[in-house]
Design a protein around this ligand. Structure first.
Ligand code: UGA
Length: 438
């Protein structure tokens, strides 16, 4: 089928490339000329495993193209997927201005019957409004209908998550729309759940918020484990054998980050409030997460007289491994506190350093300083304290012995529970992690 995709961020670009891979003819539209030129040259604007390879392969095969010319892309498309951002407003609600812009462009350009599929995460009921909006502005006498098709890809594994998704959710209000989406996904050979448009919108939020809740719950229990001398890793393992609980997303740590869980929890909380309902479980997940992010720092404050002039090694800046994304990363909560306290920070991250540097330029900052280094060793050499914020393989491969050899004071605060407590203790490292005995 002839598919257009609006927006080439994580959602749009990955979807477009995967549709091309599955035999459709795809045109990806973006407003950014430079981005479009880069994509034509086979360069992905986002850091994502396997993506560039598939981009090049399909571009050479002529199954995908990139353009800023939305008119050409939308005019005779059988389906248009919208994958533009829905950023968080200051009050927690979703900003739908990008969707509105694309909807208007679609209304003014489509010249044949067309299914418009919203992939972006949008508050429940939004697609009803988008459909009305497009119909209000429709220039040509054609049939348009909106469907909801939320995605469940995680950053770092986006291509794999799309091609091997646990399920495809299609939310439609007519047989015509449902049949069209079934045809689009025919070659994916994945389970398809067909529901109403509003239920599909809700499935996306309910899934993300449930995962956020699961993480916050484990972090809450981890904090209690520390007080009662239990071990959260053992507790999680014991829980995981119960199929009703499941073994995934039980990992306690420094709190969830990224663009999705923080945004979607706040958006659902806001939506509930609008209807006069208090979504207490999700509110609790948000509160626990907020405190979790700086717990290690405040633990370190209890141990230290001062951070002034001390070399603090920071291992990991991104919100998780496999991405250069810093959005809601725990490093962004902790580094300002360390700088305020006068620390001399030496930060290492395999891919996130350049992004971080644009927010915190190298050199003096607040009462402290920040220096970016290329290896974990440079960060750790002669350091007085170390904080681990991201579980990159490059960081996991540092041995306990190396901390005691390289650091002036082998004192490690690990937000990702990378090491066995006994291994660190044996190597002479004073080790503090989450939910475990020291
Ligand atoms: C998340 C969901 O996992 C995807 O299914 C969803 O499609 C996506 O949001 C989205 O809405 O677009 P993502 O934010 O990329 O994906 O990353 P995750 O791998 O889910 O990790 C989110 C955060 O949770 C990370 O900070 C991670 O460190 C943390 N986490 C994850 C834990 O602290 N413990 C765990 O057990 C799992």
């Amino acid at each position: 089928m002839n598919i257009a995709v609006a927006g080439t961020g994580y959602v749009g670009l990955v979807a477009g490339v995967c549709f091309a891979e599955k035999g459709h003819k795809v045109t990806c539209v973006d407003v950014d000329v430079n981005k479009v030129e880069l994509m034509k040259a086979g360069i992905s604007p986002i850091y994502e495993t396997d993506l560039e390879e598939l981009m090049r392969k399909n571009y050479e095969a002529g199954t995908i193209e990139y353009t800023t010319n939305y008119i050409k892309a939308y005019e005779y498309a059988d389906a248009i997927f919208i994958g533009v951002g829905t950023p968080e407003r200051t009050d927690g609600s979703a900003d739908l201005s990008y969707i509105a812009t694309v909807a208007r462009q679609i209304a003014e350009t489509v010249r044949q019957d067309c299914l418009i599929v919203v992939k972006s995460t949008v508050p429940i009921g939004t697609n009803d409004k988008v459909e009305q909006f497009i119909k209000d502005f429709l220039v040509h006498d054609v049939k348009v209908e909106i469907a909801s098709n939320p995605e469940f890809l995680a950053q770092g594994t986006a291509v794999h998550d799309t091609l091997h998704a646990s399920r495809i959710i299609i939310g439609t209000e007519s047989e015509w729309a449902k049949e069209c989406l079934l045809r689009i996904y025919q070659n994916f050979n994945l389970p398809i759940v067909s529901v109403s448009r509003r239920s599909a919108e809700m499935i996306k939020y309910a899934s993300n918020d449930f995962l956020a809740l699961k993480i916050s719950y484990m972090n809450d229990i981890a904090n209690l484990c520390e007080l009662v001398d239990a071990d959260i890793e053992d507790v999680a393992k014991g829980m995981s054998f119960d199929d009703r609980i499941g073994g995934m997303f039980l990992k306690a740590g420094i709190g969830y980050g990224g663009s999705c869980f923080p945004k979607d929890t706040k958006a659902l909380k806001y939506l509930a409030q609008k209807y006069g309902y208090q979504l207490k479980t999700v509110e609790a997940a948000v509160d626990v997460n907020k405190e979790q992010k700086t717990r290690l720092f405040y633990k370190a404050c209890d141990r230290m007289i001062t951070f002034k002039g001390l070399k603090a090694a920071i291992l990991g800046l991104t919100f998780k491994p496999g991405t250069d994304d810093l959005r809601e990363a725990p490093s962004l909560d902790n580094i300002p506190l360390l700088l305020e306290a006068g620390a001399a920070i030496y930060a290492y991250d395999p891919v996130g350093t350049e992004n971080f540097r644009t927010r915190y330029p190298e050199g003096k900052n607040d009462n402290g300083t920040i220096t970016y280094v290329h290896t974990p060793k440079e960060a750790l050499e002669s350091a007085n304290i170390c904080f681990i914020f991201t579980e990159w393989n490059q960081i996991k491969s540092i041995t306990p012995k190396e901390y005691s050899l390289w650091m002036q004071t082998p004192l490690v605060y690990d937000g990702r529970n990378i090491y066995k407590v006994s291994d660190m203790n044996q190597a002479g490292v004073e080790y503090h992690s989450i939910g475990r005995r020291n």
